[in-house]
Design a protein around this ligand. Sequence first.
Ligand SMILES: [Zn+2]
Ligand SMILES: [Zn+2]
Length: 369
Amino acid sequence: MRTRAAIFRTPGTELEVCEVELEEPRGEEVLIRMHVVGICGSDLHVIRGEWPRPTPMVLGHEGAGTVEAVGDSVTGLHVGDKVVVSWAPACGDCDACRNGHVTACTTLRTAIGAGTMLDGRTGLSLDGKPLYRMTTVGALADHTLVPSQCALKLPVEMALDQAALLGCAALTGVGAVLNAGQVAVGANVVVIGAGGVGQFIIQGARLAGASRIIAVDPQSSRREVALTLGATDAMSPEEFSSAENPLLPNGADYAFEAVGTAHTAALALQSVRNGGKAILVGMPAIGTKVEIDPFEFISREKVLTGSIYGSQEPARALPRLVDYVRAGRLQLESLLGPTFTLTQVNDAIETSLDGASGRVLVKLGGVDS
Ligand SMILES: [Zn+2]
Ligand SMILES: [Zn+2]
C-alpha cells in the first residue's frame, strides 16, 4: 500500500515528506493508522548525526493510532482498536531476554542499529529501494506496520494525543523509577532534566511515595511544570550545584539523569548519598564518556545503573500506566506541547530542538480524539 512518511536522509538536511510503499500485515503483524507522534530526544540524536543510522529512514517511535488491518495470526486486536506503539519488541530468546532484561534484548539492539524490524525486514520501500525505520517502528507516517507485541491496546476513552506520550516518555520515565530505581517510600529523589522523560520520572517518584523530589533544569518553564507534577523543589543546575544549596546536605537517596550528557551523568552520581543510587535514563550521543572517581565511588558505596525504556516488558508496564491515568494520578495533558501536521514536520523538529517545554506533537491523518 502507499502511505505518506517523513524521510530522514542525512544530518543537516530537512526531512522530506513523500509517498512510500508499505507492506500489508502478515502473520502476527498489525497495520496502524497513526494519529499522533511525539518528537523524542532519540529522534533528535539521529537528526543531529549523533546516532549513525542507515538511510533513508522514517523517523518517529512515540505514537498512538488505530488498528487498520491485522495479519492472519493476530489475536486480541481488531480493526478500530486504539493502540499505542511500543518500540521495543523482544525476541524472548537471547541472553538478555532470558535474564529478564527484555528492553535490552540483543536482537532488538541489532534491529535498531540496522533500521529494521526484529526479523530483519523493513516492510518499507521508496522508489523500489529499501527504506529503513527508526527504532524498529518509523512512526512519522500516516501508517506503520509493527508486530502485534508492539501494538498495545488502549481503553476506548483514552485521547490519542495524550496516549502518544505513554509510548516512549511515560514508559521510560515512570518505569525507570518503579523498576530500575525501585524508589522506596519516603525517599528523597533528584531528577536532573525536566524535559519529556524527566517530567515522567518526577511523576514516577511521586507515585512511588518519595517525600522530597528535586527537579533540576535550566529552563524556568520546565521547572514550573515540574512543581505541578509532584516536584517539591525546583532549581537551576547552578543553584543545585552551589555550595550554599541547603537541600540534601548528605546527598540524595536516588538521582535520575534525564538529559544525556557526560556532565549531567557525573552530576547524578555526585548527587547521591553514601550508598545512594544513580540511574542514567537520558540517552547520550554515541561515544559519550563519563568520568568516574572510583575511589569516591567505592568508598562511598554508591550504585550506578542504566535504564532503557522503563526496564520492563512494555505490554506489562502499559496497563499500570493506564490505571494511573484513569485514577488521575498520572498527568499527560499538561505535558502536551505545540502540535504540527506531517507537512510541517520540520517546524516540529525545529521547535523540539529549541527545547519546547511540552512534548512537540505531529498529527497524522487519523481519527478524532
Ligand atoms: Zn523516545
Ligand atoms: Zn531478546
